[in-house]
Design a protein around this ligand. Structure first.
Ligand SMILES: NC(=O)c1ccc[n+]([C@@H]2O[C@H](COP(=O)([O-])OP(=O)(O)OC[C@H]3O[C@@H](n4cnc5c(N)ncnc54)[C@H](OP(=O)(O)O)[C@@H]3O)[C@@H](O)[C@H]2O)c1
Length: 438
């Protein structure tokens, strides 16, 4: 066997432990595939938390980053500490020292990816980030390699397992948002502070990475319209279903006439669409390619072992590149950095879609006509109306499905409707996703 590859891991949390377990469990298989030994050489563990469940020999552990970052014996550094700093500085320093990098850190790549990928190219460093999007689903490789010859037109994805679990539980168990969130936390699907997940930020981080690979263009996080699921009620889930839809938190990106759409928000997905059947903590990415047509990639989007498989895939690829020469390696984003574009991102206000609307109104004659009148004067036509008897005091819900309307016009109309005396709560609007080819 040729010389071995030495790996160091930064962090000793959930994913790091999965990687250590999988490396141990599949060592022979992995080494057979790589054609060399793969050794875990060091682990950065600051040890501020309780004893971790994986026992490691003391000689592997260090709390001094420089014992890893500039250690000439180490080939690949696997960053699993998360967050922006010191993860960014550690990665940059390791690259300066010629180490190849594997990371699962979507937040870091979404915000500092440009700097990190440019530096990797400058130093001829491999950087693997399969685990940063979709957990165990090999979506980065799929976009970079499998779909490399096609032109992607649109991508619709469920990228946050916590939100998908909450929405599924609300639908199937009839729980309200807070109960479903508590049960996600109990099962370990949601963090103690779940705000990044339920506010859509985690999905936006992942979408920023997917847009680079799918469309070869950079998008700034601030240009991705981001809305979470806090305001989704059981009532809306039930009525959406009556209309033939499920509510999902979708990350959507579309390439349309030299512009990019990139947005994260709850959306009504038709029951017959494959994304509607994605339940619980699962993730899925549905891609519309010009030559290939539609494909969907489904799997566990988080968790110790699914995420570890993605990290291991990167380690294996990079180990092979190190052993057999890097001249044929694929650029980390599938494009040379200098050929990435910066297409303009369309404002959400200019987008057109059908809408699900819910109004809580006084149960009086003429109310429906008032609302329809305002919508009509903004050029918004109604496709269907359900008037429910689910009375709350003297207030009843009115649910509408509109035809395609411009978001800006809808918001203006809703502002007027919300001022009507007969309307007793802020009106709810949720976009109905349009899977038509851009
Ligand atoms: N968990 C998942 O399912 C999943 C899925 C996909 C991607 N990811 C990504 O993978 C990364 C790791 O996630 P995780 O769930 O494994 O997190 P985690 O369980 O919180 O583990 C993070 C580890 O890093 C250590 N750490 C943090 N800052 C450090 C520092 N400055 N120096 C040394 N050690 C430090 C922590 O030490 P202490 O214990 O002392 O705090 C902990 O051991 C994140 O970027 C996350 O977004 C996670």
């Amino acid at each position: 066997m040729k010389r071995g590859i030495n790996i160091a891991i930064l962090g000793r949390g959930t994913v790091a432990q999965g990687v250590i377990k999988l490396l141990k469990r599949n060592r022979r298989l992995i080494e057979k595939k790589v054609g060399a030994t793969l050794s875990l050489a060091r682990v950065l563990a600051r040890g501020t938390r309780k004893q971790k469940d994986i026992q490691l020999p003391a000689r592997l552990l260090t709390d001094v980053p420089d014992e890893i970052l500039s250690n000439p014996d180490i080939d690949i550094i696997v960053e699993l500490i998360g967050g922006y700093e010191p993860a960014r500085s550690y990665i940059l320093k390791a690259m300066e020292a010629g180490k190849d990098i594997v990371t699962a850190n979507k937040a870091l790549l979404a915000v500092h990816g440009e700097e990190i990928f440019a530096r990797a190219q400058k130093h001829g460093i491999d950087i693997g980030f399969e685990a940063s999007v979709g957990g165990g689903i090999p979506i980065i490789r799929t976009l970079k390699e499998g779909l490399a010859g096609d032109r992607n037109r649109a991508l619709y994805a469920i990228l946050n397992g916590t939100c998908n679990y909450i929405l599924t539980t609300m639908e199937e168990s009839g729980e309200d948002f807070h109960k479903a969130l508590a049960s996600a936390q109990q099962l370990g699907y949601a963090e103690a502070d779940p705000s990044f997940d339920i506010n859509g930020i985690d999905a936006a981080h992942k979408l920023a990475i997917l847009v680079l690979l799918a469309f070869g263009t950079r998008v700034r996080l601030k240009d991705i319209y981001t809305e979470g699921i806090r305001h989704i009620s059981r009532m809306d889930i039930t009525y959406a279903r009556e209309l033939g839809y499920k509510i999902k938190l979708l990350a959507i990106a579309r390439h349309d006439n030299g512009k990019i759409e990139a947005r994260v928000h709850p959306a009504l997905v038709p029951l017959h669409h494959p994304l509607a059947s994605v339940r619980g903590p699962y993730n899925a990415v549905f891609i519309d390619g010009e030559a290939l047509g539609s494909t969907m990639y489904l799997g566990q989007g988080a968790g110790m072992m699914p995420t570890a498989t993605a990290v291991l895939a990167d380690i294996i690829e990079i180990a092979r590149n190190r052993l057999h020469g890097k001249s044929l390696r694929i650029p980390p984003l599938g494009y040379p950095i200098d050929s990435l574009g910066r297409l303009p991102v369309r404002s959400i206000d200019d987008l057109k879609s059908d809408y699900y609307l819910r109004f809580m109104v006084l149960d009086r004659p003429g109310v429906l006509a008032q609302i329809a009148g305002i919508l009509g004067s903004s050029g918004i036509s109604i496709a269907s109306v359900i008037q429910k008897e689910d009375r709350d005091g003297n207030t009843v819900p009115v649910v509408m499905h509109t035809n395609a309307a411009r978001e800006k016009d809808l918001k203006q109309a809703l502002a007027r409707i919300n001022r009507l005396k007969v309307v007793k709560a802020k009106s709810v609007y949720i976009r109905v996703v349009d899977f038509a080819t851009p």
